[in-house]
Design a protein around this ligand. Structure first.
Ligand SMILES: Cc1cc2nc3c(=O)[nH]c(=O)nc-3n(C[C@H](O)[C@H](O)[C@H](O)COP(=O)(O)OP(=O)(O)OC[C@H]3O[C@@H](n4cnc5c(N)ncnc54)[C@H](O)[C@@H]3O)c2cc1C
Length: 435
């Protein structure tokens, strides 16, 4: 990928335009302000609300917080105080890298010296009949959350399509709303892109024990309006499954994966893969144009390959690195660790790094009745832990992550200890610190 030259002198007054007011965009805007007190910063976002965190939506759905609780920054006039010009409800429609301008809906254009594309991702909507019916929602925005909250009242029938990472987070929020919940997952287990059969199976049994019906290896064939006389129409939708069975539903929530929002810049000639391709300085293929967060396909910490890691911690890290480089500071990114941690109705599940392994040595401990599982993956026959999965482990999850992030050689003796008893990973981690 071509590397754009860093032509900006420090303290030179430039206009930084950031499109996308999620965690990546907000972190970048604030970091630029820290680094360049005088620079002009404009933060454009197409959603009407104050910049908020999607991660907080489940807490909103269970009533732990109100909408203001989802806001990324809660201080009054936060953006104004920092001299960041916030433009909510404005959609970027195109990018002209030669004129160094973006187009906005309504025909207006905005000139930039440095541009950050922090456009996030959006939920996929599979081509299934009935997905556009009233009562069928994704769970991605505050607007979605309002609609789900209105329909998913205690005692109502709710069908959740998809038990991936975000789907399983939404599952918990729906279950806590005391609805009658059925989860339909086409994969052979829950969280199939996060955990193996043992862990996915445990999570399923746990959810079922908590009263959630979980159908794996099953897909939704179509959704239709319920054909019952109005007086009996307690359920407004019917959901037809791949095995021919029918579920009644007041609400269907679709959580079938996400896709990076690249459409608005696709015609600009920018390098695209699954997202906008960035180098280790968050630079795209266009001069002075950077990308960060769910829209960016950037360096993976373990493999060094380019991946989209659609998690908030990566978005914030990307935003910060981008800001340093947009202000002329040479800051390389070590890469994002594939990392997922869930707390589902009291059961903690997590996976880090290359959790599926690379065909090398593997240490496992399985306790099906106690809902505990630990799997460590080694790099081939070597002594470096490259990935892990854990169920029911609340202690030292940070150490598990640290062990993988350190990429340290453990030595034969420690490896043998872990092969015999992987729960001793904490001791292995500590030993790596003392070398
Ligand atoms: C229900 C839910 C729970 C989640 N829980 C977790 C969790 O527990 N842990 C975790 O790590 N992650 C979680 N995530 C994922 C996390 O929210 C995302 O990874 C994070 O929001 C990515 O930040 P971002 O800034 O890249 O994108 P976003 O937060 O999506 O922000 C991008 C913004 O850009 C806007 N935009 C897009 N195109 C344009 C355009 N053309 N013009 C103007 N604006 C545009 C979008 O509308 C959006 O407002 C969750 C997501 C959801 C939906």
């Amino acid at each position: 990928m071509r590397r754009a030259p860093l032509s900006v002198e420090r303290n030179e007054l430039v206009h930084h335009v950031i499109v996308g007011a999620g965690p990546a965009g907000v972190t970048a805007a604030e970091t630029i302000r820290e680094l360049e007190p005088e620079a002009a910063i404009t933060l454009v976002g197409d959603e009407p609300e104050a910049p908020y965190s999607r991660m907080a939506i489940p807490y909103l759905l269970i009533g732990k917080i109100g909408e203001e609780g989802t806001w990324l920054r809660k201080g009054p006039n936060h953006y104004e105080r920092l001299g960041i010009t916030l433009m909510p409800g404005r959609r970027m429609t195109g990018l002209d890298p030669v004129a160094r301008r973006i187009g906005l809906e309504g025909g207006e254009t905005l000139a930039y010296d440095r541009l950050l594309l922090a456009l996030g991702a959006r939920p996929l909507r599979p081509a299934i009949e009935g997905l556009d019916l009233p009562g069928v929602h994704t769970c991605w925005t505050l607007a979605d959350a309002r609609q789900i909250a209105a329909g998913a009242v205690p005692g109502s029938h709710v069908v959740l399509m998809g038990a991936g990472f975000v789907g399983t987070i939404v599952l918990e929020a729906l279950a806590l709303r005391q609805v009658s919940l059925t989860v339909v997952e086409m994969g052979d287990r829950m969280v199939p892109r996060m955990m193996d059969e043992v862990a996915g199976g445990m999570l399923k049994r746990w959810c079922e024990a908590k009263g959630v019906k979980v159908l794996t290896g099953t897909s939704i064939r179509r959704i239709a309006k319920a054909l019952v006389p109005a007086a009996e129409a307690r359920d407004s939708l019917v959901v037809e499954l791949s095995d021919g069975s029918i579920l009644p539903a007041h609400v269907v929530v679709v959580s079938a994966g996400v896709r990076s929002n690249t459409e608005s810049v696709a015609a600009s000639g920018i390098g695209l893969g699954n997202g906008i391709l960035v180098d280790d300085h968050m630079r795209t293929s266009l001069p002075d144009v950077y990308a960060a967060g769910d829209v960016a396909q950037g360096r993976d910490f373990m493999s060094g390959e380019a991946h989209v890691h659609a998690i908030q911690i990566t978005a914030a890290a990307h935003g910060r690195i981008a800001a340093y480089n947009m202000t002329g500071r040479d800051q390389a990114y070590h890469g994002s660790l594939n990392m997922n941690v869930l707390d589902t109705l009291g059961l903690i599940t997590c996976s880090f790094g290359s959790w599926q392994g690379n065909g090398g040595d593997c240490a496992r401990l399985v306790d099906q009745t106690g809902f505990r599982y630990l799997r460590l993956e080694f790099d081939g026959t070597g002594d470096v832990v490259i990935g892990a999965q854990a169920v029911g482990t609340t202690d030292h999850v940070g150490a598990l992550r640290g062990l993988i992030q350190s990429k340290r050689r453990l030595g034969t003796a420690v490896k043998e200890q872990l092969m015999a008893d992987p729960t001793r990973f904490m001791a292995g981690f500590v030993q790596t610190l003392h070398r």
